[in-house]
Ligand binder design. Sequence first.
Ligand code: GAP
Length: 498
Amino acid sequence: MEEIVGLCKRRGFIFPSSEIYGGYNGFYDYGPLGVELRNNIKQAWWRDMVQRRDDIEGLDSTIIMHPDIWKASGHVDGFSDPMVDCKESKLRYRADQLFFAPVVVEGATIGYVSVVECPEQQAIAEKAAAELKRKAAKQGELAPIVLKDYTESKPEEYDLIPSPATGKPGSLTAPREFKLMFETKVGPLADDSAVAYLRPETAQGIFANYKNIVDTGRVKIPFGIAQIGKAFRNEITPRNFIFRSREFEQMEIEYFISPNADWKTLHREWIDTCTDWLVSIGLSREGITEDIHPEDKLAFYSRATTDLMYQFPHGEQELWGIACRGDYDLMQHQKHSGKSMTIFDEASKEKFVPHVIEPSLGVDRTLLAVLTAAYTIDEVPNDKGKVEKRTLLKFSPKVAPVKAAIFPLLKNKPELVERAQALYKKLQRRWNVFYDASGAIGRRYRRQDEIGTPFGITIDFDTIEKDGTVTLRDRDTCEQRRVTEDELIAFLEEQIDG
Ligand code: GAP
């Protein structure tokens, strides 16, 4: 993760927000390359999920909506995470990410260990337990360390579990519910009647507009409404770079189906569609796994949820949630707004409130997954044939921030420069391309490899003196071949636009 964060900063993908003031925890800014990558991901999703499908319509609803929407959806009362404070260090943890275990020697508890969730948490806890035993000068066998999260702790244990910050017991509070929605005030009044919320998901904007789209569109069951937009959550512990932040973006679909539909088959189809899409933007199929939520852990309105998990640098984590939410949200809005949410289904001649399947994906998390999949270190020969390490980002041409770089072989040969500039201007009308005339050609290739530019195009003397062909270099294999301008454009079209 550190290497990816370093590369992102160095090459202008992602910066900590408000960095000149020391940064602002849980907020990130996207620089010149980051914004291109981000836009390409969103465009690819919109093209594949909305424009290339006949059954999905797009929407762009406001971030701040009528506060009653959040009462109806259950967010005002229920959208919270359990947190725990360390009274001494003033640090705050998510209780379900803080793990603890009693340290038991020969049947007697000699103390507790605690650890903040991480891939090595078991090893860290075991080491701390062995240290505790050594300090207590206890003889005998240490019982296996069984970690539980802090939400499972009992009141009599609060004073015994050490704070991970200080290592001392007695400073952790009991778990408390912490509201995740950011509040603001709308209008001139400063009282409670002015309270509004920054949306914590884009989904409710879709439910609130469902009737508009049914009444004005040509939709028929099953159909979906898609939206891309910002969401805000006052996460207790934003962490792992852009994986969990306080301001992020979501790409969500509510797919409305008949209550009598074979929802299990449709759910499966959505899981496969989502997996295929991730592969199409450069994630490896093997790196994606499915986490099926156990039935007893589902919300009461949910029939099934499967998360697509991805192997991030900090471990295997949720990337895309695909939930079957029944008719809960529409029913709630029908109840709270007093507006009917029924639809007439021509095919079955029935009237009903549809059920939904909800594929919900974070833009920033997808971007981190794309970066993780692309980040590679390999060895290739340099200009002099000496094998060197190189860092490259193997972005799919579909999402790569810069699609191709155009180089005149020499910068002091006007005829080469002129020809290269002309090609650059031509390609620039269609794609984000880059022109670079400075430095040895090998160095110029490396600079592009590091930011994931899939193709290098060099204009040399053969181009101007012989057949007009250019050298096309592949980032991953470093292979070069000569192509005509027409062949080049056809190739780029196929690779980039699919
Ligand atoms: N409407 C359903 C919903 O919002 P969620 O599982 O809370 O479900 C959906 O969020 C997706 O949004 C997640 O799978 C993740 O990709 C992204 N996401 C959620 N919280 C996030 C955060 N704090 N930072 C970045 N991405 C987040």
